[in-house]
Write a protein that binds this ligand. Structure first.
Ligand code: SF4
Ligand code: SF4
Ligand code: SF4
Length: 313
């Protein structure tokens, strides 16, 4: 089986979706889980990214853009500009056309001397700050996947500001706009396929399965690295500050520019720092009412316009 054809096995699929597959998918159009929803690690999808294997080829970035920007897909506007869709972004920064970027770290070296790259995307936080700040309950979790109900979103962008990973970006069309980000290629999961990025990685730096499996694989990889005399670190595997994208690295995560612990909790005390960093204080200060009025006006336009064409997550 080639990487491109890589499929979730029936066993993988049933592990997360259980016997009532059809019923579960029908349920996707009406969110089954919200901020109060929980699912156990064995029922939760997770991705593993191992930067000690990544060669920075950007195949995953291109695959993400091509799959999610295709006509008939959920986000056809991703390729709206049609400029160099095969190219990764000039600056490796998540934007409205890239849900995923691979950031090179030329200042760092792996312990075997190779260059360092780091994936950045939505981390599908176990306790997502974006979900907590959404005033319309448009953000919800389904089997560990952080999704947005575009029928409920009115475009206030609080979630964009609250995301510690800067993974949510606002896509603005003509008279409408929505926050967009990685959604674990849920349409591919429904077909028994791996996410597009995972399918194309030529060196096995990406893996996908249940959270239990990915956590076990992350620690097993750490054992391998340590057996080689290398350091090894895991990101996101714990309950506190947990994420459903789990990283393995032989470089300390502080050196990779990942957010500090206090930024990763959906706690009110973290928000002033976030808003300050993102220039959001003005929005949440004197201009808040104007902003909210504008957001409500925008909402009516969004709902009447293009968002209706995008199926709910
Ligand atoms: S990484 Fe950001 S957008 Fe993704 S779940 Fe966490 S807070 Fe939300
Ligand atoms: S899981 Fe899908 S949407 Fe998320 S980064 Fe990979 S290809 Fe993109
Ligand atoms: S496809 Fe694999 S090796 Fe290439 S940049 Fe993405 S994660 Fe790294």
């Amino acid at each position: 089986m080639t990487n491109v054809e890589r499929r979730l096995t029936r066993r993988d699929f049933l592990k997360v979706f259980g016997g009532g597959v059809a019923a579960s998918f029908m349920g996707l159009s009406s969110p089954q889980m919200s901020s109060s929803g929980t699912s156990s690690a064995s029922e939760t999808y997770a991705m593993l990214y191992d930067n000690t294997k990544c060669i920075g080829c950007n195949a995953c970035v291109v695959a993400c853009r091509l799959w999610n920007g295709r006509l008939g897909g959920r986000f056809p506007f991703l390729l709206e500009d049609r400029i160099g869709p095969q190219e990764p972004p000039e600056e490796p920064k998540i934007d409205e056309h890239h849900f995923l970027v691979i950031v090179p770290h030329p200042e760092l070296r792996h312990q075997d001397g190779r260059g360092v790259f780091q994936r950045r995307s939505c981390m599908h936080c176990v306790e997502p700050p974006c979900l907590y700040v959404c005033p319309t309950n448009a953000i919800y979790q389904y089997k560990g996947i952080n999704l947005t109900d575009y029928d409920r979103c009115f475009g206030c962008q609080y979630c964009v500001i609250a995301c510690p990973y800067k993974a949510r970006v606002f896509y603005e069309g003509e008279g409408w706009g929505v926050p967009v980000k990685c959604w674990f290629c849920l349409d591919r999961l429904e077909q028994g396929l791996y996410p597009a990025c995972v399918s194309v990685c030529p060196v096995g730096a990406l893996d996908f399965g249940t959270r239990d499996e990915m956590v076990a694989k992350a620690y097993a990889r750490c054992d391998e690295l340590r057996a080689e005399g290398r350091e090894a670190y895991v990101w996101g595997a714990g309950e506190e500050h947990g994420t459903n994208v789990i990283f393995v690295s032989d470089v300390p995560f502080e050196e990779l520019g990942l957010p500090e612990p206090e930024m990763r909790v959906p706690a009110p005390e973290a928000y002033p720092k976030l808003f300050l960093e993102r220039g959001g204080l003005a929005t949440f200060g004197g201009a808040a009412l104007i902003f909210l009025s504008f957001a409500l006006w925008r909402r009516s336009r969004i709902i009447k316009a293009k968002v209706k064409e995008i199926p709910r997550g």
